[in-house]
Design a binder for this molecule. Structure first.
Ligand code: ADP
Ligand code: MG
Length: 200
């Protein structure tokens, strides 16, 4: 056992369980006591847009992250252009990743991200379809969480070059629970469809 991951369990009496890489339980804390202990957590947020001046939506989305309570933007990647994945008949995306230091729990942080999406006029249509602004909570410290409506690390991050490439620019050594370092994910992925925008 080298590392322990935090896993949220239970609805009626939610608790944080610390488990080893081999799945054995190490300790168990009620969420209320865990929250009281949460100081500042490093989280990573992926931004993407392909409608109505996408670069401006991403830039404003990063500004909006700066207004999320108890949260400070620490680093922002360059902007990248990426070819659409899945549903191909749509404009290219502009993507970036931001690193924040937050004292919000993962659920309030996601709620803040969804609120920013709404303010940018986000409508949910075709899966992987066009969007004014998509904000995904990619990593929240070393937390592993599977809840309805919130999975962390983001379940598709390791296969999305438009997340891994900007993330690797700002945090190549960061460990992704269950996947190793970001740099390793970058080496395994086809990053051909993702290009850095010059001058940003
Ligand atoms: P995607 O970003 O995968 O293309 P959407 O933006 O349409 O898909 O997200 C659909 C739902 O995914 C959101 O309503 C949100 O509740 C859920 N979700 C689950 N985990 C996450 C996460 N880590 N970050 C953002 N959304 C998430
Ligand atoms: Mg999303």
């Amino acid at each position: 056992m080298r590392t322990a991951h935090r896993v949220l369990v239970g609805d009626a009496h939610p608790a944080i369980m610390f488990v080893s890489d081999h799945g054995s339980r190490i300790t168990h804390l009620p969420v209320t006591r865990y929250r009281a202990r949460v100081k500042t957590v490093t989280a990573f947020i992926a931004l993407g847009s392909n409608l109505d001046d996408p670069a401006a939506h991403v830039a404003r989305g990063i500004d909006d992250l700066g207004s999320v309570p108890r949260t400070v933007v620490k680093r922002v990647s360059s902007l990248y252009r990426s070819a659409p994945v899945g549903f191909r008949d749509q404009p290219d995306f502009i993507n970036a990743v931001a690193q924040v230091a937050t004292r919000l729990g993962p659920r309030p942080l996601l709620e803040a991200l969804l609120e920013i999406e709404r303010r940018h006029g986000r409508m949910r249509g075709v899966p992987n379809g066009p969007r004014t602004l998509d904000l995904d909570l990619v990593l929240y410290g070393d937390l592993v969480l599977h809840e309805p409506g919130l999975t962390v690390p983001h379940p598709r991050m390791h296969e999305r070059a438009f997340v891994i490439v900007p993330l690797a620019e700002i945090a190549p050594h960061r460990l992704v629970p269950g996947c190793g370092r970001v740099s390793r994910l970058l080496a395994q992925i086809d990053a051909g469809g993702v290009t850095r925008l010059a001058g940003v």
